[in-house]
Ligand binder design. Structure first.
Ligand code: NAD
Length: 320
């Protein structure tokens, strides 16, 4: 974590996929962690192991509720605002909640960070670039977002949150940073959230056909969750305000991804081609030069290793 030591961190959304890995990594480094989560899309099971550890505390509460913030124990020197439904299936089911946690939730988290004199990090997203007209996307690109489009609740919630963070820094001098996270994969993703990695793994483990959209030629460069977490903490430990892109790694086609998963699971599953969703981008790849130059960060976990670890976790889940 760049040699940085925090005494006490607050992680909103800490019972979610990325948040739970963040909590674990902070605890490993000797930081006490309070996880604030309303379990809208996360689960207590994600933090069950952490709850056995002395420096960890789970608080069930909504980050948009001022009373919850008032009741939160202690002072923090790091506030990581990760609460937000993140997969399309979730934010389309929870559109108003998604807008609320990006607006009111971010505002309350910022106010706490300011009051405590804490470093604050907003989990933003590559989705602020919308349907990008520039490839790869660098931080200076303003994006191409339809404010009334099908994904707008998520994209605009994060864009508003970024504006709020920037204003808070300007008005109050709050020590803020914005990280734009690109697609991340790893253990504790949920099957059924519509994302390729957990969908393919679940299909392979069930012996069902892997449903590849279109001809499978579209590429993604997903980041293994440990790398994403290292990037977030490198930013937290720096003096950078951001926004900084974190993500990427090797680019892979969806067909190649499906084939690798079949191979690594030893499954007898076949591949079935299905219609491609209308808003499915052909290519998405981050420009992470800024993270490399300013934070010394780059993804390290390759596809084979990352997929093996993820498949191992899903297999144990199925076996349990
Ligand atoms: P997730 O759904 O697994 O985690 C989000 C967590 O926030 C859940 O535990 C949920 O219960 C909690 N939450 C939601 N609304 C809340 C509220 N009002 N109060 C308290 N808790 C609330 O999603 P994730 O993939 O772990 O994403 C975490 C963060 O990272 C999100 O802010 C997301 O936008 C961002 N992000 C994730 C990715 C990715 O690939 N996973 C990419 C870009 C950005």
């Amino acid at each position: 974590m760049g040699g940085h030591a925090w005494r006490r961190a607050l992680v909103t959304g800490g019972a979610g996929f990325v948040g739970s890995h963040l909590c674990a990594r902070l605890l490993d480094a000797g930081t006490d962690v309070v996880c604030l989560d309303n379990l809208a899309t996360g689960s207590r099971a994600n933090v069950a192991e952490l709850e056995q550890r002395p420096g960890f505390r789970f608080v069930r509460g909504d980050a948009t509720d001022p009373a919850v913030w008032r009741a939160l124990p202690g002072r923090y020197d790091l506030v990581l605002h990760f609460a937000c439904p993140a997969s399309p299936a979730d934010y389309l089911r929870l559109p108003l909640e998604t807008l609320d946690v990006g607006s009111t939730g971010t505002r309350l988290a910022l106010e706490r960070a300011r009051a405590d004199g804490a470093r604050f990090v907003l989990a933003s997203t590559s989705e602020v670039y919308g349907d990008p007209l520039q490839h790869p996307q660098c931080e200076g690109y303003w994006g191409n977002v339809n404010p009334v489009g099908p994904r707008s609740v998520y994209d605009e919630s994060k864009r508003f949150a970024e504006a709020l963070v920037t204003a808070h820094r300007g008005v109050h001098g709050t020590d803020t940073a914005i990280v734009r996270i690109f697609n991340t994969y790893g253990p504790r993703m949920r099957t059924g959230d519509g994302r390729a990695v957990p969908t393919f793994i679940a299909q392979a483990l069930d012996g069902m056909p892997l449903t590849v959209a279109g001809d499978g030629g579209q590429t993604r460069s997903l980041c293994y969750v440990d790398d994403t977490v290292e990037g977030v903490l490198a930013l937290a430990g720096s003096a950078e305000a951001g926004p900084v892109n974190i993500g990427g790694g090797d680019e892979i086609t969806m067909l190649e991804l499906a084939r690798r998963i079949v191979e690594l699971t030893g499954s007898a599953s076949r591949i079935r081609f299905v219609d491609r969703p209308v808003d499915d981008p052909g290519r998405r790849r981050p420009d992470t030069r800024l993270a490399r130059e300013r934070l010394g960060w780059q993804p390290r976990v390759g596809w084979s290793e990352g997929l093996e670890r993820t498949i191992g976790w899903f297999s144990r889940l199925v076996a349990a």
